[in-house]
Write a protein that binds this ligand. Sequence first.
Ligand code: G1P
Length: 294
Amino acid sequence: MITSAIVPVAGHGTRLLPATKSQPKEMLPVARKPIVQYVIEELVANGIANILLVTGRNKTSIENHFDSDPYLIQTLNTANKQDLLKELEFEDLGAHLYYTRQSEQRGLGDAVLCGESYAGEQPFVVALGDSIIGLHAESRCVAGMMELFEARRASCVIAVEEVAPEQTRHYGIIEGVDGDATWCRVRNLVEKPEPAEAPSNLAIAGRYIFSPTIFDMIRDVAPDARGEIQLTDAIQRMCDEGRRVLAYKLPPGERRYDIGNFPSYFETFVEFALADPDYGPGLREAIRRMLENS
Ligand code: G1P
């Protein structure tokens, strides 16, 4: 059974400047919650009990967010704000959170390598801190990936979703063979190819399961032109060695919300806010008015 996860949250978020100048992109709100809270809640709902967050400089607000704040609780209690106290219930996650720091920006592969001694000899999940799976993070994607990992004795399972051809340059793209409508075997992966070079339109969707062999593969990868060690290159090594690398296709009805760039961050915010049980209907009306008047 897989019960631990590594969540890299160390990146600078330069694509979201100036919003991310002094705050982590993972702490930007999507409707009522910061992005990283959705990611952690999704993992817990999928049976993950231990989560290592790989942080970096300027990321202490993430730790503060998940730490309980006795002073705030006391203030709300004194003011008899029971409704607001309820909003802090997420602090009692039912999972253990651990933190480590990636001190240099050496890429996603290097961030995952920071979790080597934490993972030990067990397979583990990697969930990117800037992608939410499912509306309001209600998703069984990770549980489905675990079932595939175990049933087919895989070394690695990657969640993938179809993207429009012009989007391939933003993601890792896989070349798949065999399988069926729900999964396939991965033969090759290319990081952010131009549409003409993309082997498919199946993009890596920010959720992975690895056996601990991935750490040796990461150590073998040379840094790219920007000095970053790409996780995608380490997975390619697994494929080259003939290990079983599988892609789990996001089922219909499951979607990945990528918060790493403004267009998709804006869309995600609006979609989540529209689905808010209290404020969604009013917002829908307001947007309708704005569109009529524009
Ligand atoms: C990373 C991965 C890429 C993946 C993407 C998903 O890229 O390298 O393969 O498709 O996350 O969001 P990044 O967005 O960190 O540049």
